[in-house]
Write a protein that binds this ligand. Structure first.
Ligand SMILES: Cc1cc2nc3c(=O)[nH]c(=O)nc-3n(C[C@H](O)[C@H](O)[C@H](O)COP(=O)(O)OP(=O)(O)OC[C@H]3O[C@@H](n4cnc5c(N)ncnc54)[C@H](O)[C@@H]3O)c2cc1C
Length: 715
């Protein structure tokens, strides 16, 4: 806490202490007020303005210092100034006083609170940023929530001062009126509890419930407004139509069929979407073949003289397709039809909130449906760099068609897809140059993690160029050249093939979203609320098209919410839970993460402790000659609460599951340490990381006492 804060805290503390030490509260009791009533009335008659000003100032001071007495003052306002002036004075004085208390609380405590509990408070803050005014209004309407507590608590959350002031003034008006009115009858009142009659309490409860009813009514009216211009079919042939049969669409349809809804799944291209056909499955198959080559090159590390690997790149790519074919039945129309899903091969177009037109080989038809789930996925983004069309560009959609290994490959992009494919192609023998405009590859990970990967890449012969911005492509004398800007200079890179892996954009155009006016976000994904609902209450979106994550497992996670809310939202809606999101990049070394890393914790000003265990020390990793990598865990300082974990090394994507589980279910490192891990496994790394954390948190005082105990036992 800085000096100004300490000074203010002392000042407030002295004033509050004086109030109680000198028992000033006795002047704010009903008995005292009644005893002085005649004198007060006389003074008011003689000096009406001065009385009002002094009253106003005392009220502001009481409220600003969060001292008791505001209720009596409100009643007194009615008694002294009457309903109109009393309400006016109290309304402004209480709002100004409340805002002062709010500002004091914010200035003194908010920063340290956010620093300590920023992570826990994140959802609360987001909620208040969005709906803070509404929450405050609800609280203000119900006088059962103490006035001063609301002021102090609101100072700690993300609500603007202006919003706080005007919502307080408006929200407290009804209560002020009731109390001031009661004050006009004060002569008849003997105790403060007298005004809390069942009738008055009942009317306050009604006032409190009112905003909830109002919110529902607003939601209903908004839905009616967007739906009003469309004519609703008299009846529906389906409960749900799902557009796109990728990870998100398949899971949505599966869930709908499992709960016996009539569901139609429409796919215009290939069942399984990106993950099966051009994403996770082929990339992991390619990674495996490339890995075998890399292992063979290390034959001597394993005590073998040499291992000769002969291969034809075309065979490798054919194997990749065989793997896709083998997995294909899991996502096939036959399987889903068997599960109760109607599968249509065709192009879908939303023509109204309740109708989807499907164009198939046999013509067009229109399906009437209660709800729609949009799961149309994303596509690779090709940046508009001058000359890119002339040199031609592979993407994650087309790279799988290659049958000849490029001699010199430029990979544009240092994200997960760029990294996985760069390493694969280099291991097959291509001269790979990976170009990234940011200062490091895998920018979302902590710097030392990026470094571990780029270090390995460089050792394997990949030319990793960071801080290089692709500016132009040229063809000079038949040679393809990339010109990058680096440190103010041009760098020329000759290449034979270009692979673009600079991100993926959601498919939001050409199938009715624009016509329905469904907005997209800044990230160009379909805008949804926390129930994955678009502005149309019966149209939902999930997977890559909705973002913010672009993984198969998050698409499947969202799909549950989209399908369940689409089918049962009228009864109960479920809010999407993004609290524990894991992912992995399948490079060698593999990198897996769940929750926060250091850069994110710093960005969000969340205090943390780091515990790191080096996998180079792990028996199993040594036996496997894979002794590299780490387990890095972030915890709340001094507490056994995991904020995030990163694992780098062999099977990191599998090892991280223990931390995912722990975070999801609120399990700490003590519990991981207390769990038997099989020897010798890589999973022991998690336990050793927990062990290091434990050692760092053992109380030295306690150890001194234990040492004394042992000495005493020996004596
Ligand atoms: C190279 C690569 C590697 C990846 N590796 C991983 C990984 O290891 N792990 C991981 O979790 N994720 C990985 N991903 C990401 C993962 O593939 C995606 O996050 C996931 O496929 C998204 O699923 P989705 O259902 O949202 O979209 P998609 O799989 O893209 O499915 C959308 C479907 O909708 C169809 N469609 C679109 N419009 C219409 C229309 N109008 N009518 C009918 N059909 C329509 C499309 O044809 C498509 O089949 C990888 C991606 C790539 C490119």
């Amino acid at each position: 806490m800085n000096k100004t804060r300490v000074g203010l805290l002392l000042f407030v503390a002295v004033l509050v202490a004086a109030f109680f030490v000198f028992d000033l509260g006795r002047y704010f009791s009903l008995e005292y007020f009644q005893s002085q009533r005649a004198a007060l009335d006389a003074y008011r008659d003689a000096h009406p303005v001065l009385t009002a000003l002094v009253f106003f100032a005392v009220y502001v001071a009481l409220a600003g210092l969060s001292l008791p007495g505001a209720t009596l003052m409100t009643l007194a306002a009615g008694a002294i100034f009457g309903l109109l002036w009393g309400t006016l004075i109290v309304s402004f004085a209480s709002s100004i006083g409340a805002t002062l208390a709010f500002l004091v609380s914010r200035f003194l405590f908010r920063e340290s609170l956010q620093r300590r509990f920023g992570d826990k408070l994140r959802t609360l803050n987001e909620g208040f940023e969005k709906d803070g005014g509404y929450y405050l209004f609800t609280l203000r309407l119900v006088p059962a929530f103490p006035f001063f507590i609301i002021n102090l608590l609101m100072g700690l959350v993300a609500i603007g001062t202006g919003t706080f002031y005007w919502v307080s003034q408006v929200g407290m008006l009804a209560g002020t009126l009731v109390y001031v009115n009661a004050g006009t009858q004060i002569a008849a009142l003997r105790t403060l509890s007298g005004i809390l009659s069942p009738e008055i309490i009942g009317s306050f409860v009604l006032l409190g419930v009112f905003p909830l009813i109002a919110k529902r009514a607003i939601g209903y009216a908004t839905a009616r407004r967007v739906l009003a211009k469309w004519s609703k079919p008299a009846k529906f042939d389906r409960n749900l139509v799902v557009i796109g049969a990728g990870s998100a669409g398949l899971v949505s349809a599966y869930i709908a069929a499992a709960v016996k809804a009539k569901v139609t799944l429409i796919e215009k291209h290939r069942m399984g979407g990106d993950c099966l056909n051009t994403g996770c499955v082929p990339s992991k198959a390619l990674i495996k073949s490339a890995r075998i080559i890399a292992q063979a090159k290390r034959a001597q590390d394993f005590g073998l003289k040499s291992m000769k690997v002969e291969f034809d790149f075309a065979d490798v790519m054919e194997r990749v397709q065989r793997v896709v074919k083998t997995v294909e039945p899991h996502d096939s129309a036959e399987r889903y039809t068997g599960l109760g899903v109607e599968c249509i091969q065709g192009e879908a177009r939303i023509t109204s909130p309740w109708t989807v037109e499907v164009k198939t080989a046999n013509g067009k038809s229109t399906l009437a449906t209660r709800a729609i789930v949009v799961a149309a996925g994303a596509r690779p983004f090709v940046p508009p760099i001058p000359g890119i069309e002339a040199v031609g560009c592979l993407t994650s959609d087309t790279v799988w068609n290659l049958r000849a290994l490029p001699r010199r490959l430029v990979v544009l992009g240092g994200g997960p897809i760029g990294c996985e494919l760069s390493q694969c192609f280099a291991r097959f023998g291509a001269q790979v140059t990976q170009v990234e405009m940011l200062p490091r590859i895998m920018i979302r990970e902590d710097p030392e993690i990026s470094e571990m990967v780029s270090d390995r890449f460089r050792k394997e012969g990949i030319n990793v160029l960071v801080n290089h911005k692709a500016r132009e492509f040229r063809v000079e004398n038949g040679e393809k050249i990339l010109i990058c800007e680096h440190g103010g200079k041009d760098v020329r890179i000759g290449f034979d093939q270009l692979l673009c892996a600079v991100g993926r954009v959601a498919n939001t155009q050409g199938y009715g979203l624009e016509e329905l006016g469904i907005p997209v976000t800044k990230m160009r994904t379909v805008q949804t609320n926390q129930y994955l609902q678009t502005i149309y209450p019966n149209i939902y979106a999930c997977g890559d098209v909705a973002g913010p994550y672009q993984f198969t497992h998050t698409a499947a996670h969202q799909a549950w919410y989209a399908a369940v809310n689409a089918l049962f939202g009228g009864l109960k809606k479920f809010r999407i839970d993004y609290s524990v999101i894991p992912w992995a990049t399948f490079t060698d070394p593999e990198v897996a993460r769940v929750g926060l890393n250091e850069i994110e914790a710093k960005e969000k000003k969340i205090p943390y402790e780091v515990t790191t265990y080096g996998i180079d020390d792990l028996d199993r990793a040594i036996a496997d000659d894979e002794a590299h990598g780490l387990v890095k865990v972030l915890t709340v300082p001094g507490k056994d609460r995991i904020l995030g974990a990163t694992v780098v090394g062999e099977h990191a994507g599998d090892l991280i599951v223990e931390f995912i589980m722990a975070m999801k279910h609120g399990i700490g490192l003590n519990k991981i340490l207390g769990t038997i891990h099989i020897y010798p496994t890589l999973a022991e790394a998690n336990k050793y990381a927990a062990g290091i954390w434990k050692r760092n948190h053992v109380s030295q005082k306690l150890l001194t006492w234990v040492e004394k105990y042992h000495a005493w036992r020996r004596a």
